[in-house]
Design a protein around this ligand. Structure first.
Ligand code: GCW
Length: 672
């Protein structure tokens, strides 16, 4: 194990920083994680400066000092107020001019580890000006968590990077080396929790033999500051131990969970808590017994509270009976606002439907004011070309996190209302992992950047996502400035490209209904639920296309705060990217730019194809800058992406043309 994977692959110092080689390292503190921080700092510096770095006891000019609070050294250098403002995980990286040295410190061991990773990253990615070096970082969300949709048989639901990294059959005796690389990669970007198993949860995860396996994983992740969580099946008491019911109000059921939780904490004292998908897509839940989501969640929350555990309760609910799936989570959860315990986070997907290439933000954000809402983003590309398509999700995440909910007037962005930086309430953010056993971890080299950007934004949603892309490129692919710029600009356009060739102008859910790969807007399945089929969403007919969610339709717009409601409700003011999400418009509807709707649709599909073609050119031009293997693999994937962008364009346009009955406008290629 050499640790040079993922964003440790390049291990090269930025030229502008070569003069920053320290004389020695001082480490003032102790503990398992502090020792790890020490080790990571020294081995990181040795790799970057290509030399041996020694420890020294005496603090001297030219050193790097890592220190825990309450060491006399920190007290002298940093004020008490400043230290307090860091909380448990924040850190300071500061040049202490009077002593001519760099200090990395924080209140806890893990905060020092974060400081170490941050400093090493800086050495590789941006010019450090020593005299003004004074970084104070405090994470925005408390719980920054990956969700693995990994099954106990080693398969991964919606995973496109091979089998699960968790080798359940080998555990607890054999610990894969990958667990350490995984822990390091996550800690280096500030991820502090992971849910090991699929939300469609097998009850077996709570069997004693599996808990021993979970304990073994937890022991590898713990030094890196990563807590382990489990997805649980709400019917576990009945399925595992034959209880007559799983009713959360039944005292036997409550006792069962109490004992189970106690068993877990005896094995894993820092266990994070449960993630629950209940009464959603056929999963059992409290509503099976006439109880609410809140009653179900609170039963578990009360049991976890003495251990400081949390419940992450998902709001991904929809049923076949409603007239608009986009409204259902709001309808089901809004009445429960203020009813959840303090250690419950309601986990809400970014959009109201399901991880589409583009959706407006879920209207629950901002609206559920008395509840901790935990955004759930998807890192795995279920609806964005799996691991075949190059799509940098930084722009998608940012668009979502910076959406203004207006719930508290202007500036109440999703990030702001969900991170609760200044409130006492617990905050969190989840990303559905794209990690597997593939050599390159995520199936596509560039898919690694989505794991990376998720972590960076979970730490600080205000970061610039182009800057994050450049960081990732420098850490992973190349330090050549021209290449960095070109690749970053390709990444920045890549999400818009996929929206263009799959679902432009607010269209959504046009994909193959079951596997979710490739276009299938025409899909008809006898006796299938209407809301599984694309026609439910695009509603194309001879008159036009789009889902009327305005006040003359399903009135989903009402779930948004003013002035957004009105903006979305009115087709003239509705942003082009959400137009067909909220409106059904005629093929000849004239847009502000003078194009008809049909023309605009065609141009977007064509733009998507053109963009992918330009990515291929950019990539080819950079061959000399990229390691051969990576170059070839990405090149091959881009070929697939171009072919499939064309497939999407042709399939969708030919299908929609059967309704519009109009020719393709000039500039749009004829179908292949
Ligand atoms: O979009 C759907 C996916 C399911 C997934 C579900 C969910 C884990 O197709 O595979 O199940 O979302 O988020 O629960």
């Amino acid at each position: 194990y050499d640790g040079r994977e993922l964003w440790f692959a390049q291990n090269k110092i930025l030229k502008a920083n070569v003069h920053l080689k320290p004389n020695f390292v001082n480490a003032i503190g102790e503990g398992t994680t502090f020792d790890l921080a020490k080790k990571e700092l020294v081995s990181g510096l040795e790799g970057l400066f290509d030399c041996t770095i020694n420890y020294q006891n005496e603090v001297q000019p030219g050193n790097i000092v890592i220190a825990l609070k309450n060491s006399g050294f920190v007290d002298a250098a940093i004020s008490n107020t400043e230290m307090t403002s860091l909380g448990e995980e924040g850190f300071i990286i500061k040049y202490i001019a009077s002593k001519k040295l760099i200090l990395l410190t924080g209140n806890t061991e893990v905060s020092v580890l974060y400081a170490v990773y941050h400093y090493l990253r800086l050495l590789q990615t941006s010019k450090i000006n020593l005299s003004s070096l004074n970084i104070i970082e405090v994470p925005s969300y408390q719980k920054r968590v990956l969700n693995h949709w990994d099954n106990l048989d080693g398969s991964v639901e919606r995973g496109y990077a091979g089998r699960s990294i968790w080798k359940w059959d080998d555990l607890p005796n054999v610990l894969s080396k990958r667990y350490i690389s995984y822990a390091k990669a996550n800690a280096s970007i500030g991820i502090n929790g992971t849910v090991l198993n699929n939300v469609n949860a097998s009850p077996d995860i709570l069997l004693p033999e599996y808990l021993l396996k979970v304990k073994a994983i937890a022991s590898v992740l713990r030094p890196f500051g990563i807590q382990v969580y489990l997805s649980v099946n709400f019917s576990s008491p009945a399925i595992l131990d034959g209880l007559a019911t799983a009713n959360p109000k039944d005292k036997h059921v409550v006792l069962w969970w109490k004992n189970k939780v106690e068993e877990i904490y005896q094995l894993i004292p820092d266990f994070g808590g449960f993630l629950v998908k209940a009464n959603s897509e056929g999963q059992p839940g409290p509503m099976d017994f006439g109880c609410t989501h809140a009653e179900g969640a609170n039963m578990l929350a009360d049991i976890l509270a003495p251990y400081e555990g949390v419940v992450m309760w998902r709001a991904f609910v929809y049923n076949a009976n409603g007239n608009d799936r986009a409204k259902q989570a709001y309808e089901e959860f809004m009445p429960l606002d203020n009813k959840f315990r303090k250690n419950v986070l309601v986990q809400v997907k970014n959009g109201p439907i399901d991880f589409q290439p583009r959706e407006p933000f879920s209207p629950l954000f901002g609206a559920m004011k008395g509840t901790s809402l935990m955004p759930e983003l998807q890192i795995t590309q279920e609806y964005l070309g799996f691991s075949s398509h190059l799509v940098y999700l930084g722009t998608l995440y940012k668009e979502f996190l910076w959406s203004d909910t207006y719930s508290n007037g202007r500036g109440s962005t999703v990030a702001q209302v969900s991170s609760n930086k200044n409130s006492k309430r617990i905050s969190g953010i989840a990303g559905v992992a794209n990690i597997g056993s593939d050599n390159n971890w995520c199936g596509h080299h560039f898919a690694q950047s989505n794991w990376y950007v998720f972590g960076r934004l979970a730490w600080n949603p205000s970061l610039n996502v182009r800057h994050i892309a450049k960081e990732w490129i420098r850490l992973t692919l190349t330090q050549d400035e021209h290449a960095v710029k070109e690749i970053a600009s390709m990444m920045m356009k890549s999400r818009e490209a996929v929206v263009n060739y799959m679902t432009p102008l607010g269209l959504h859910h046009l994909m193959g209904w079951d596997h979710h790969y490739g276009p299938e807007p025409w899909c008809v399945i006898p006796n299938a639920r209407a809301d599984w089929l694309p026609s439910y969403y695009h509603k194309a007919d001879s008159l036009g296309i789009g889902f009327n969610r305005s006040s003359s339709g399903t009135n989903a717009t009402e779930q948004y705060a003013e002035p957004l409601r009105e903006l979305f409700d009115n087709e003239a003011s509705c942003p082009l990217e959400y137009l067909l999400w909220f409106h059904h418009l005629s093929w000849n509807y004239e847009l502000k730019n003078g194009n008809s709707l049909w023309e605009e649709l065609c141009y977007h599909y064509q733009d998507g194809v053109n963009q992918v073609r330009s990515f291929r050119k950019i990539w080819k031009s950079l061959e000399a800058n990229i390691a051969t293997q990576q170059f070839i693999e990405v090149n091959e994937k881009l070929k697939i992406q171009e072919k499939e962008a064309i497939w999407w364009r042709d399939a969708c346009l030919l299908y929609f043309q059967s309704f519009s009955k109009q020719a393709l406008p000039y500039g749009v290629d004829n179908p292949i």
